[in-house]
Ligand binder design. Structure first.
Ligand code: NAD
Ligand code: ZN
Length: 364
């Protein structure tokens, strides 16, 4: 098992990465100490609840928590809404949880974001624990304290920063995760490697996506990706500066998600396209080392991520880039890889270079 500390003064917490954590959760100190003698309400989606709900409930009871019950909703991004959140709030109010209670999020990023926001807002804020069950949630969404729901006009527009008290990433839970979701999560691991870990990138090149079958390597890769996020979040909790690095591949990726209609690509697939785009853009404006650009493009192509949509007009993608909530004063700021393991955030890039790449990509 690995532990990674997220250092945020009085909001610091620990991320555990290992196997078998859920089945012996009553003996896992970070969980047991946080819930012992306290009221607990668990939040999940239907799929995850059916797979792992019993184990969590049993473990919480064994850890001597006062288990109040569950708030469970339909799985899927389309349910990450204010309406669903209202039902979670209802369940909390009806459960009678007091300010000393703890919310436990058991699920992927949708569950974690929503449970976290419920925790940030119920009684002006209660503690919560993340038990991520997707690879994406383990390496990305469960760490860093961004919580929230979508608005009909855009993703994640309603939310709050609220750090969990602990994150428990049990790699055994990934055995039931569909391959497409595993690949989506791996795109965020590739992102982390490009940002700050040459060694991890070389490991991904050498082993390919089948690396997830090797538990030791999977643990290493997940722990490294989390460490990179933890370090960046520790420097800049609320994204005033370097936290923007974590958006590598996301300006273009989000635009593809928006322009193609949510649901066509999962987030990680759009990010994979965005990573290629950012590498090509960095090359086009001459800030990136050539060999690194080639390695990024080759790795992502070799892993079989979907190609960029050819049936969406470039104009729609451009529009979506300009409307991204992170686009300051109408001009996108790009995160560009300089070489494997090093990137630059906040880059203003010549619009012609962006347009040329958008149009080039949509032709082939
Ligand atoms: N807060 C952040 O910093 C942050 C960062 C990145 C992404 N996100 C958010 O995360 C969300 C995406 O998260 P996600 O990719 O985990 O999607 P998700 O939560 O929708 O999960 C994907 C699917 O996998 C199922 N599932 C989850 N765990 C499973 C398991 N162990 N076995 C079988 N099926 C399982 C779910 O029921 C769902 O159908 C988006 O809403 C995104 O905005 C947040
Ligand atoms: Zn992402």
């Amino acid at each position: 098992m690995r532990t990674i500390d997220v250092n945020l003064a009085e909001r610091s917490y620990r991320v555990l990465v290992g196997r078998g954590l859920l089945e012996r959760i009553d003996t896992v100190g970070e969980f047991a100490e946080a819930v012992c003698g306290r009221q607990v309400l668990a939040v999940s989606d239907k799929k995850v609840y059916e797979l792992y709900g019993k184990a969590l409930e049993g473990g919480a009871k064994k850890a001597m928590a006062e288990f109040l019950g569950w708030s469970v909703f339909e799985a899927g991004e389309e349910h990450k809404t204010v309406e669903t959140l209202t039902r979670v709030w209802d369940d909390l109010v009806k459960s009678g949880m007091d300010r000393n209670g703890v919310i436990v999020a058991l699920g992927g990023g949708v569950v974690g974001d929503m449970a976290g926001f419920a925790a940030a807002t119920y009684l002006r804020g209660v503690d919560f624990i993340q038990i991520p069950t997707t690879l994406l949630a383990m390496v990305d969404s469960s760490v860093g304290g961004k919580t929230g729901v979508d608005h009909p006009l855009g993703k994640n527009l309603i939310g709050a920063f609220h750090q969990p008290k602990a994150v428990l990433a049990d790699l055994d839970l990934l055995k039931t995760l569909p391959r497409r979701e595993v690949m989506g999560g791996l795109a965020e691991v590739i992102k982390a490697a490009i940002l700050a870990d040459e060694w991890l990138f070389a490991l991904l090149e050498a082993r390919g996506p089948e690396l997830v079958q090797d538990v030791e390597l999977l643990e290493e890769a997940v722990a490294r990706a989390i460490s990179i996020k933890a370090e960046i979040v520790g420097l800049d909790e609320k994204e005033g500066g370097p936290r923007a690095l974590l958006n590598l591949g996301h300006t273009f990726g989000h635009a593809v998600e928006t322009a193609s209609g949510y649901g066509r690509y999962i987030h990680g697939e759009a990010v994979a396209m965005g990573l290629i785009f950012s590498a090509k853009l960095a090359d086009a404006v001459g800030v990136a080392e050539k060999k690194s650009v080639e390695r990024i493009i080759d790795l992502i192509n070799a892993w079989g991520y979907p190609n960029r949509p050819t049936d969406i007009p470039g104009r729609k993608i451009k529009e979506a880039i300009l409307h991204d909530k992170k686009t300051k004063s109408g001009l996108p700021r790009w995160v560009l890889p300089l070489e494997i393991g090093r990137a630059r955030w906040g880059c203003r890039v010549n619009e012609d270079a962006v347009d040329a790449l958008i149009n080039e990509g949509l032709k082939n």
